[in-house]
Design a protein around this ligand. Structure first.
Ligand SMILES: [Fe+2]
Length: 285
């Protein structure tokens, strides 16, 4: 393979890995090499730019740790995480759309009965979040475990804020025969993704901000159904059309309307308070 030039080098690399290993791995890597080479030819990548990219990726690795995943943040801010979710959701259009898991999920949140309270001592606008978990045909699904987490009024999740209890604004809840879930909580707030690392450099260099619109995180799991990881956004959030990680979908941005008097009284909420009603639809496994 000494007849390597700007054009033949792509096939030379793909041929070099044609004989061994896993077939899926080879086809994914071959496509990666083709796109990477086409990209370098298209932008006429210079040695200095190539070195800058190596430095950027090296800093991204150094910034990552057990508690900080700068590569996932890079994938999120480049839209790749959402694109992977969208591809995985093909063919499941009757089910609730997926969205980012994000870096703030913690396993083992405390169990809360359906109708329980997450507000406790938290400041913020109170409200109730309620609805049902359905299958794609609209029938209630019993025995679904919902994992629910959100940030506090100061914008922080419990695991990034020493002033919050470890499991503040987090719970798990299991649906009964009617598929219903419900809990009282506070309205989540917009926040910035971490921008003190290389991803922050990229955002600044491209004139982007680090804000995400407010959202509630949900992870739903039930026997016989595909796991669903998603987020629900208030449709009037100022960042709903400019999420730094591209997690918003039209079907996931919904009104957080004011609760009427009877609802506020039933849930022991003092106005102004919201009443978010949202039904999830799970896809069969
Ligand atoms: Fe989040």
């Amino acid at each position: 393979m000494r007849d390597v030039d700007e054009r033949t080098i792509t096939d030379a690399v793909i041929r070099a890995m044609a004989d061994g290993g896993d077939e899926r791995l080879r086809s994914v890597l071959a496509a990666l090499v083709r796109h990477l080479h086409d990209f370098a030819r298209e932008v006429e990548l210079t040695p200095a730019e190539w070195m800058a990219a190596i430095g950027f990726l090296t800093r991204t690795g150094h910034k990552s740790s057990d508690t900080r995943q700068e590569f996932i943040l890079l994938s999120d801010t480049l839209g790749l995480s959402s694109l992977v979710d969208l591809i995985a959701g093909r063919g499941g259009e009757a089910a609730t759309e997926a969205s980012n898991l994000g870096p703030f999920y913690i396993e083992g949140a405390p169990m809360l009965p359906v109708g329980g309270d997450l507000i406790r001592g938290n400041e913020g606008q109170p409200g109730v979040v309620r609805g049902r978990v359905l299958d794609e045909a609209g029938k209630p699904v019993a025995g679904v475990t919902l994992d629910i987490w959100q940030n506090a009024a100061n914008g922080f999740y419990s695991n990034e804020d020493p002033d919050q209890d470890d499991m503040n604004l987090r719970c798990r809840m299991v649906t009964g025969a009617d598929g219903a879930y419900a809990f009282t909580t506070i309205r989540p707030t917009p926040y910035t993704v971490p921008y003190d690392g290389p991803v922050g450099e990229m955002l600044r260099a491209t004139g982007r901000h680090a804000w995400r619109p407010a959202h509630l995180h949900f992870r739903l799991a039930a026997d016989g159904f595909a796991d669903l990881v998603t987020e629900i956004f208030p449709e009037d959030d100022r960042y709903v059309d400019e999420d730094a990680v591209f997690g918003v979908r039209r079907s996931l941005a919904v009104p957080f309307p004011p609760a009427d008097k009877a609802t506020a009284a039933r849930w022991k909420l003092s106005p102004p308070c919201f009443d978010l009603v949202y039904d999830f639809r799970l896809r069969r496994a």
